[in-house]
Write a new protein. Structure first.
Length: 84
């Protein structure tokens, strides 16, 4: 069974965050930084600032949705720092 990760990237251009899920963090980060992802292409370079393993794809999707709904920079910063 593949391992799924929910991740947060931070743009080095404007410090904005991007949240997603994947089975391969290294490959996905390279895709974001090579411009293959439309949404993130204009804010390259990105760095991985947070990731967590999920039990399965459904759990990863649900966690990604939850994080995206927060839309709160302070929440993301606390999560990244380990306070959440």
């Amino acid at each position: 069974m593949p391992v799924f990760y929910v991740y947060i990237l931070q743009s080095q251009i404007d410090n904005s965050f991007y949240i997603g899920y994947t089975t391969n963090l290294d490959r996905r980060l390279k895709e974001h930084n090579s411009g293959k992802s439309r949404y993130t292409a204009k804010k390259i370079p990105w760095i991985l600032v947070y990731s967590e393993k999920s039990a399965d794809k459904t759990a990863a999707i649900n966690r990604e949705r939850f994080l995206k709904k927060q839309r709160n920079r302070k929440f993301y910063c606390r999560l990244i720092q380990g306070d959440q």
